[in-house]
Structures are given as structure tokens and as C-alpha cells.
Design a protein around this ligand. Sequence first.
Ligand code: TXA
Ligand code: MG
Length: 329
Amino acid sequence: MNDHGSMRQTERLAADAAGLARAADILRDGGLVAFPTETVYGLGADATDAEAVAGIYAAKERPSFNPLISHLDSFESARSQGWFDETATRLAEAFWPGPLTLVVPVAPSCTVSDLARAGLDSVGLRVPAHPLAHALLERTGRPVAAPSANRSGRVSPTDADHVLGDLDGRIDAVLDGGAAQVGVESTIVSCLGGTPRLLRPGGVPREAIEALIGMKLEEGGEAGSGPLAPGMLASHYAPRAQVRLNATSIQPGEAALLFGPGAPQGVEAAQATLNLSKNGDLVEAAAHLFSYLRQLDASDATTIAVGPIPETGLGEAINDRLRRAAADR
Ligand code: TXA
Ligand code: MG
């Protein structure tokens, strides 16, 4: 698919060596491949490539960015992406490979892109048990970001026909591995210090986790607040600076976050300036969003002035994130 969601030919790949090799090649080239896991089919992209990850949002027509789960072939690979404390280590050793996702602090060697982490300093990691998923991840040799392979608002797909029903013509390939077994997504537990927290119930029962670690899991995204919708995670990245939207001119000392070819009035006097996409490509803009916000925040400007961004395609998700950043004060 090109940046605005137009059609491409979707290949249906067989569950054999040739299909796996092709799927891994597409992923390494920045393409989108749906693949089976033991829970549901995931829509995979190279997690280290922010433009590839932006393509997931474009294909799904998802109107907001939330942190995605990065899939790995082994605990050893996961360890170079995230920092596992004693509890996280026990959970990984007991339930991986399997339908458990662990949210842990990023490791210094983490290569998962800012966009896949929605700008957070933590990362969601999972080692799936499905043999095809495992083989694909091993061959790809990189973390693979993969939400469920459905269009936004539709049910999670459990076979290749399901995936094609939603995404045919919008993704590069689907690796056809028959029916997924569990049908519900992975259980998500965050291990960020203190008592581990259940962020989403799923394939591994809570009781099994609590029995292993010998304590009750905390509930939801924030202590005592109950479960939150994904886009509402209290831990969402928010810049320190104020954010001013739809800025058509820049005040002296502000940092400027621009989109498109134009130069707003006063931009010469900005503290720092970055352009999400000079030629107005929303996929490129989405790929840069979180890292540019961070860079401008680090410029020490008290305000980040953001130029107008269209509300079409990925612009909706970009604007959603920016509105949250602007409202967080
Ligand atoms: O079963 C599954 O988990 C499927 C298959 C394809 O593996 N994948 C899936 O991925 O459901 P995804 O990307 O849709 O899950 C996203 C959820 C977020 O809504 C959030 O709850 C959690 O994972 N998550 C990921 N990274 C996080 C982070 N750094 N902090 C907090 N939550 C995170
Ligand atoms: Mg889903």
C-alpha cells in the first residue's frame, strides 16, 4: 500500500520454507505481513522501522496510536530489548513461548522504534508459541510489531480468510497457517517495578500467574483506577513542554513542529525546528512523531508550536496524539 492506503496485491503465502522466506524478506524490506500466532493472526511489521510500523496504522485505519506488542523468537532476543527484573524473568521462563505479553522498561540496546512504543520508555514483548510465528521471527531476525490483523473496530482474525476479508489489498502478504488455537489475545502484565499489573486479561489465566509469583496482580493501567481503554493508558508519553496546535506563526523561543512544505511566519526565531514530512506524507509524519516530540522537548523550549496537519488518513491518529499532548497540562 502507498502512504494513503491505496491498493496493493496481497500474496497468500503457504506455510512452507518458501513462504516463510518470502514473508521474512517482505518484513525486512519494510512491508506488512499477517501471520498466525496461537492467539490470533497478527499484522506484522519490522518494529525497528518506524515507517513500516506507521504502515500498520494506515492498513488498519486505526484513528489513534497505542503501544504495540513486539514479537521475538526467544527470551534471549527479548532480553536485548527489555529489562527483566526477577518477577518478569520468572514469568518469561514459565510462560514463554506462549500467550503472555510482558511490559518492561526498555533496555539500553532496545531497537524497537518510538512509534511502536508510542513514545514510552517501556516496551511490550511477547515470544509466541505458534511454530510458524516462531520460524518467521527467527528468519526475520528482528522484533516484529504486530497488533491483531483486522481493521479497526472489527473482530480479531483467527484464520487467513478472516485476515483477507478485512485487509486484502492493504497489506503485502498473509502467511496461511490455518486456524489460530486460542482466539483471545495474550494476557498483558506490566513489570515496571513494584507489584506487577494486569493490563489485559487473555490467553494465560490470571490465576496461573498469581500462583507462580505468589501474589495478586494489580488491576488496570493505574493503581485503583480499573482497566483503561488502550488509548487512555495513563502511562502515555506526554512532553514536558506545552503543546500549541494549529500554529500558523511561531513565537520567538518556541520550538516548531511542522508538516508540509510551507514555512510559518516567525520560524527563523524558533528555538528548534523539525518537519514531520516536508512533502506532506502522513506515513512519514507518523513515523517521526514521537522521536521529534522528544527532540523538541529536549530543546528546553517551554512551548512546542505544531503546524496544521490534515485530519485525513493517518492525520487523524497524529492529531489525536497531539491533542492529548496539548490537553495533558
Ligand atoms: O495476542 C496478542 O497479543 C496479539 C497477537 C498478534 O500477538 N497481539 C496484540 O497486540 O494484541 P497489540 O499490539 O494490539 O497489543 C497492544 C496492547 C496495548 O493496547 C497495550 O495495552 C499493551 O499492548 N502494550 C504494549 N506495549 C505497552 C507499553 N509499553 N506500555 C503499556 N502497554 C503496552
Ligand atoms: Mg486488536
